[in-house]
Design a protein around this ligand. Sequence first.
Ligand SMILES: Cc1cc2nc3c(=O)[nH]c(=O)nc-3n(C[C@H](O)[C@H](O)[C@H](O)COP(=O)(O)OP(=O)(O)OC[C@H]3O[C@@H](n4cnc5c(N)ncnc54)[C@H](O)[C@@H]3O)c2cc1C
Length: 470
Amino acid sequence: MKRSNFSQAIVIGSGPNGLAAAVELARSGVSVRVLEAQKTIGGGTRSGELTLPGFVHDICSAVHPLGVASPFFRTLPLASHGLEWIQPPAPLAHPLDDGTAVMLERSIAETCETLDEVDVKAYRKLMKPLVDDWENLVSDLLAPIGIPRHPITAARFGFRGLRSAEGLAKSLFKGERARAMFAGISAHSLLSLDQKATASFGLMLGIMGHAVGWAIPRGGSQKIADALCSYLRLLGGEVVADSPVETIDDLLSSETVVLCDLTTRGLIKVAGHKLPDGYRRKLERYRNGNAVFKVDWALNNPIPWKAKECVRAGTVHLGGTFAEIVESENAMSKGRNPEKPYALVAQPSLFDSTRAPAGKHVAWSYCHVPNGSTFDMTTCIENQIERFAPGFRDCVIERKVTTPAEHERHNANLIGGNISGGSQDIRQLFLRPTSRLYSTRSRGFTFARRQHRPAAAFTGCAAITRRVPL
Ligand SMILES: Cc1cc2nc3c(=O)[nH]c(=O)nc-3n(C[C@H](O)[C@H](O)[C@H](O)COP(=O)(O)OP(=O)(O)OC[C@H]3O[C@@H](n4cnc5c(N)ncnc54)[C@H](O)[C@@H]3O)c2cc1C
């Protein structure tokens, strides 16, 4: 990267996007300081003993397909700084009531073996060309919006991805198994599945499952933040925890650029008075998204899945049929708490013995709820696990519940419990947070596009890493 016309940078927030931006600046010779509000660094990539001593839980993110695939991350020597990716044998299991599971395997052929025969051809035709060209696809999709460098692949993806997950699944697949799995993966959008572009989530994460796997970091997601910090320090950067920024006024100087790893609300809070009125109003109109209700468990045993193949997967999607998942996400997006929620389960200790004392296990699950919901979903989530793993509750030694409000208390970016940096509806998916993308177009401000690109590349959807005016 070319050296910029400033010599110092301050990054507000030490989430993976903030740290990625800090590393990129430090690599280009800028002196960087990261200020983090919380006592621990890492934002959505923190781990801790949430239940009992010796049980390491991921407080937020657990599974990182795009962490592995990120073109930026692949340029960093994170392995030398303690980050080791573990690949569970299968990225995903989707159990059904008949005691079997649809499996997203690394191999398309093996995945097809778990689908209804009628859908094998359609699934292969959908996935194979995109999986074969995944590197080009990722480099375009994780870049800021613009003319794709690989237009044929991008068009192939966009043609299907811009549809609703419900529409695409119904038109492509005839059997229940492919439809259910596709609905479960697409539901990562945190949207009702009849919304445009929700299919892009199912496609992208499905492609990643085949191409790079859905990996977990040995020792927990904290290792991602720790490795980024360690590399940043080697480059001369500094990370200061327990330093909430109330205003950027004290941080600005002619030599310093400030990057905010914040949502629009966070940006307005610390820098609103520096932003042009029109731009600020646009930020105020940015739509927040739905929320998550999460439970972490310390377990005596692995989860006793009826479909035994579920123990090969790092992630398990619960919700049963296509229709049930559509209904659950629809209820949530209409402001209701689903009684039988679609729930995601991460079970990292099956593949990483550092997460729990010998013979014991950890798992987390979250379901989607309306933003700010105060309803306790613990029983609903555990009922869904019991449905596919009878006897689960007998394995629980301890549980820790995190409500939407608690998510926000430990990370101001998670407004009302939203984990995706705002709604990912079709407009905000592309024009995030405004049509100016990462530019504030303020006087004295030069947008350096490449600075945010690595940051956005981490999850590709969640954060707004924003340069604010000098
Ligand atoms: C329960 C849960 C599960 C998730 N699961 C996954 C998953 O499995 N895979 C995946 O890829 N993603 C997952 N995510 C999403 C993932 O965590 C985010 O996409 C990612 O953390 C976003 O990174 P970020 O750097 O943009 O922001 P964040 O990680 O949110 O970091 C922002 C940081 O800024 C700090 N901050 C905020 N305001 C201030 C201020 N005024 N001054 C100083 N510091 C401030 C915050 O404390 C925080 O540390 C999950 C999120 C949650 C909550």
